[in-house]
Design a protein. Structure first.
Length: 441
């Protein structure tokens, strides 16, 4: 089978040749990226970024002093806590140049919010990446449904809409405030060939819509294999994955037709994988995804620790591209004192294998004195045929590394999936005691 090379390859090759990308959709002669030229360009961009940040961003002025020519591995890390409540220390432009501000709060904490600032140039760069990435699986003139947040002109949905209209696509953005029933009904009306959506929300729509798109792109949250399979089996479609976060300007990396990891937009972002001590890991090893925003000079982030667990895949993709490929599981494992780390990704992978499970919430409780009183509280939303699966769920979860001794399952029957928060994360409860090896209620 001849797998087409990722369209990001031709785009980056053109930029390496200092050519101006076209303003609309056109068939391009594929020019494979020369890895040596790419790395030379990355190094040049890194030097410009570091000098610019050291001269203009108060946060970096001190910590980068004397490191303007240092290799990447010798530069200091930037942490989410550095950003919290201190965005002005990262800005290198005046507030009048800012077009979009995004506020990110951490669920369940009183920490100051992170505020990310974007200029029109930053947003246009994201739109360009969305345009190039979407050509991977979107024929010109297609009908596309977008089930993402940010439906305003400069939000994720709005930028996707602008990018897709350059391909003469008919774009329908479904607001997340709609109920899944309303979204499914509108889907049946517009009948999109391609659907872009949040993973769990897209799963909910598969149970309600009569129309099935041929292609689905998942973004914005974890998409374990069992979730992807469920969507493919219910809709008979092909599922692709995009990885990005607000700090990266939303767009970061997207799968090609080979679906062997997400190709990184390497002229805009430098990606590393580091261990908990900050040591850079070789391709194939799992660690924390760390990003440097090479071309976003308005609010540079250098060696930003994302809190996501991933790895750079070794070797070349089957499509033939030499661009780096990221595989991301989701948030870093939850480390409990004296025990193995527990991955939310692993728990999701198990739960989506149960066809009766429509959604769920997870709560962790850590004992005050010892790990024997740790517990996982699991609230399942199940279909009409989901009664009696609690014991099976507990048995499937127990072997996972880092799983607490106690697993407490509650079930709620719901014929229609409910609206919920866009991105799943651990929630916490107070200490737990009083059940046996595993429990359900």
């Amino acid at each position: 089978m001849n797998i087409p090379i990722t369209p990001l390859d031709a785009w980056i090759a053109r930029r390496l040749e200092d050519e101006t990308p076209g303003g609309g959709y056109s068939a391009e002669t594929l020019r494979p990226v020369d890895r040596n030229n790419l790395e030379t360009a990355q190094e040049r961009a890194l030097r410009i970024l570091v000098r610019h940040a050291a001269a203009n961003a108060p946060f970096y002025r001190k910590c980068l002093r004397g490191l303007e020519d240092a290799p990447l591995r010798e530069l200091p890390f930037t942490f989410p806590s550095d950003l919290a409540g201190a965005e002005s220390r990262f800005l290198t432009v005046s507030q009048s140049a800012i077009r979009r501000v995004i506020t990110l709060t951490t669920s369940g904490t009183t920490s100051p919010a992170k505020r990310l600032h974007f200029t029109a140039e930053d947003l246009n760069a994201t739109e360009e990446f969305f345009f190039r990435g979407m050509t991977t699986f979107t024929p010109p003139g297609s009908t596309v449904g977008v089930l993402m947040g940010g439906t305003g002109p400069d939000g994720i949905g709005g930028l996707l809409e602008r990018a897709l209209r350059r391909m003469n696509c008919s774009v329908h953005v479904f607001p997340l405030r709609e109920s899944p029933v309303e979204t499914a009904a509108r889907m049946d009306e517009v009948r999109p060939l391609v659907m872009v959506g949040l993973p769990a929300r897209t799963v909910a729509i598969t149970t309600l819509s009569r129309h099935a798109p041929a292609i689905v792109l998942l973004s914005g949250d974890m998409a374990p294999p069992s979730l992807r399979r469920r969507i493919e089996e219910r809709w008979g479609c092909r599922v692709f994955v995009h990885y990005g976060l607000t700090e990266s300007g939303w767009g970061c990396a997207v799968e090609c037709a080979a679906r062997e990891g997400c190709h990184v937009r390497e002229l805009d972002l430098l990606s590393e994988i580091v261990d908990e001590n900050g040591n850079t890991l070789p391709p194939g090893e799992w660690g924390e995804v760390t990003l440097t925003t090479l071309t976003r000079l308005s609010m540079p982030l250098i060696r930003y620790r994302t809190g996501d667990e991933g790895r750079i895949l070794p070797g070349r993709c089957s499509c033939g591209s030499v661009l780096r490929r990221l595989e991301v599981r989701g948030r870093l494992p939850r480390r409990r004192s004296g025990g193995e780390p527990l991955r939310l990704y692993d728990v999701e992978e198990v739960l989506w294998r149960f066809p009766q499970v429509q959604d769920f919430s997870l709560f962790l409780s850590e004992g005050d004195h010892d790990r024997a009183s740790d517990a996982l509280f699991l609230e399942l939303v199940i279909s009409e045929k989901g009664e009696g699966i609690a014991d099976d769920v507990v048995r499937s979860l127990q072997p996972l590394p880092g799983m607490p001794r106690h697993i407490v399952v509650t079930q709620k029957r719901c014929s229609v999936p409910e609206h919920r928060e866009a991105k799943r994360n651990w929630k916490t409860r107070s200490s737990f005691s009083g059940v046996g090896e595993s429990g359900k209620s």
